[in-house]
Design a protein around this ligand. Structure first.
Ligand code: PRP
Ligand code: ZN
Length: 296
């Protein structure tokens, strides 16, 4: 920890997709806060842990410089900073938090001119995640131009600034409102707990570990669903990739149906879109059950 401080600091998005659930998780982990007048700082009353409310994009930087020991941030923001920072020390992802799931996706105008990923060659793609997009393009061997925009990326095609965009998609409402649709997923993301790459002394490390254990306890069982389905055996790899599951799914064979399997998976967040995609992969007899209690 910073030499001048004996309290942990955890950075949380001030207002946005992750704000409410981040604070809610910390409260369920047992932290009680008092808010400062400017509402940018929450003082921990029952533990030496304070919360800083900041822009999500600033969280990796705060961790790198050591102004905060911990942060709750989207994996996409963390990975973008790691890629952009090349060999500089980067914050580590301590644990996935099971909320705020979304995907970084390339989206194109509904006019239908861009149909396949290969059509992107030679075109301009606007994004706030230039490093993640550039890396994906490199891996796909697609030669497209990355245009950096820090906000309102979805209007870039209409303004003629780019042919396509690469942005976060959660419900898909923003894309639909801008006559865009997804072409391909670049990465899946969710809220994660991240830690500073600065060396910690033993006392700080112990404090972080205690807090992580409390957060883990607050998480387990919470919002967990048991997904059950039947599917063609050869669809298993695609199904496993799609599931936001915490552990390897159980796979059972079906009597008299050698080409089919039954799958059971514990999933943190399942929305209708997952179920639609599973059906498209050939899943049937889909069932989602609430998990009452869980001992991981
Ligand atoms: C993302 C993204 C879109 C929106 C998509 O922004 O930039 O604007 O969410 O969500 P939807 O599919 O449910 O419509 P985010 O909330 O991360 O805000 P930020 O980029 O300003 O940090
Ligand atoms: Zn942001």
């Amino acid at each position: 920890m910073n030499e001048n401080r004996d309290r942990l600091r955890i950075a949380v998005q001030k207002s946005g997709r992750l704000s409410d659930q981040s604070l809610d998780l910390l409260r369920r982990a047992g932290l009680v806060f008092r808010s400062s007048r400017d509402r940018l700082f929450l003082y921990g009353e029952n533990m030496p842990v304070d919360v800083l409310l900041v822009r999500d994009d600033d969280i990796p930087g705060l961790l790198v410089e050591g102004s905060c020991e911990l942060g709750i941030v989207g994996r996409n923001v963390l990975d973008e900073q790691r890629l952009a920072g090349a060999d500089a020390p980067a914050p580590a992802e301590l644990q996935a938090l099971g909320f705020g799931s979304c995907r970084l996706a390339i989206a194109v105008p509904d006019n239908g001119l861009i149909k396949n990923v290969t059509d992107l060659a030679g075109l301009r793609i606007a994004t706030s995640y230039p490093a993640l997009l550039a890396e994906w393009l490199r891996k796909q061997s697609i030669d497209a131009e990355v245009v950096l925009l820090n906000g309102s990326v979805e209007i870039a095609p209409r303004l003629g600034k780019a042919h396509a965009i690469c942005d976060l998609v959660s419900s898909g409402a923003t894309l639909a409102a801008n006559q865009l649709h997804e072409l391909v997923t670049v990465m899946r993301s969710e809220a994660v707990l991240a830690s500073s790459p600065r060396a910690q002394n033993a006392a700080t490390a112990a404090q972080i570990e205690r807090l992580c254990a409390r957060i883990g306890g607050a998480q387990s069982g919470d919002g967990m669903r048991l997904l059950m389905l039947q599917a063609p055996r050869n669809a298993l790899p695609a199904i496993t990739r799609l599931l936001p599951s915490r552990e390897t799914p159980s796979v059972l064979s079906l009597d008299g149906r050698p080409d089919d399997i039954a799958v059971q998976a514990l999933c943190s967040e399942l929305d209708w879109q997952h179920l639609e995609e599973l059906k498209r992969l050939g899943a049937s007899s889909l069932m989602v059950l609430n998990v009452e209690r869980m001992l991981a």
